[in-house]
Ligand binder design. Structure first.
Ligand SMILES: NC(=O)c1ccc[n+]([C@@H]2O[C@H](COP(=O)([O-])OP(=O)(O)OC[C@H]3O[C@@H](n4cnc5c(N)ncnc54)[C@H](OP(=O)(O)O)[C@@H]3O)[C@@H](O)[C@H]2O)c1
Length: 233
């Protein structure tokens, strides 16, 4: 049995960095991606501490860069591909009435289109592995059922679109035995989550790693919370 490989986007801070830390400590091979490695100091020290961590530059908004990285890593089996990189997009100054449509398109590109592009580009790498799991870090804010407060049009629509896309990929990739898991990571204390968040990153990542470890194909396409609780669409 060869060692498992996990690839993580947006691994330089927040949830992505915590994923990289915990998988590194577990002894899994980690391909940690960040768009600015030069300023990714915490991730760089992690790679110095653990020889099983390799760093790659990847701006997920740049689809050519995604293709180039897929080519560079051709022949490398990726067991678990974690699409974690994301932006909030919405700002108080650009709520309804003053919407910034270019910012909306950027948000959709990063949160919705990029995870699908990653799946296309790294399909062969997933197929080379034994585990074959595509993970999307979505949000409860992408849920219609959960939307009781309105607002956040950019973020909500981008995560709703991500969920719809991943649900389709779950069905479409079943023939390749590739599983898809969609997470709400909880409301977590990160730059995006802000100071009022309910849990710390280690708890969220610990929970998601447990759910990933016990994943079975019958579950593919489900939208779950970090603790395994099923999320409403
Ligand atoms: N925190 C929460 O409460 C919460 C709740 C629900 C869902 N989520 C989701 O969880 C994921 C991680 O969020 P977080 O809380 O860790 O947020 P964060 O602290 O703001 O970190 C976001 C990460 O995404 C990266 N990123 C953004 N745009 C990118 C791009 N174009 N290419 C590559 N990387 C890019 C950032 O890199 P830079 O440092 O280069 O900007 C950073 O590493 C996101 O998808 C988010 O929507 C978070």
């Amino acid at each position: 049995m060869s060692m498992k490989t996990v690839m993580i986007t947006g691994a330089n801070r927040g949830l992505g960095l915590e994923f990289a830390k915990q998988y590194a400590a577990e002894g899994v091979k980690v391909i940690a991606c960040a768009r600015q490695l030069a300023s990714a100091t915490a991730l760089t020290s992690l790679a110095q501490q653990y020889s099983n961590v390799t760093l790659e530059t990847l701006d997920v908004a740049d689809f050519q860069q995604i293709d180039h990285l897929a080519q560079k890593l051709a022949g490398t089996a990726i067991d678990i591909l974690i699409n974690n990189a994301g932006v909030y997009g919405d700002t108080a100054a650009h709520s309804f009435g003053h919407l910034d449509y270019l910012a909306w398109m950027d948000t959709l590109r990063i949160n919705t289109l990029a995870p699908v592009k990653m799946a296309e580009a790294f399909l062969e790498h997933l197929q080379l592995s034994n585990t074959k799991l595509l993970v999307a870090i979505s949000s409860m804010m992408g849920s219609m059922a959960d939307n009781t407060s309105g607002g956040s049009l950019l973020y909500r629509s981008s995560k709703a679109g991500l969920n719809a896309s991943m649900k389709s990929l779950a069905l479409d990739l079943q023939q390749h035995q590739i599983g898809v898991l969609i997470f709400h990571p909880g409301w977590v204390l990160t730059d995006m989550g802000g100071p009022n968040a309910l849990i710390q990153s280690p708890e969220s990542i610990q929970g998601m790693r447990e759910q990933i470890a016990r994943f079975e194909m019958a579950q593919s396409g489900s939208f779950i919370k970090y603790n395994g609780q099923v999320m409403p669409w």
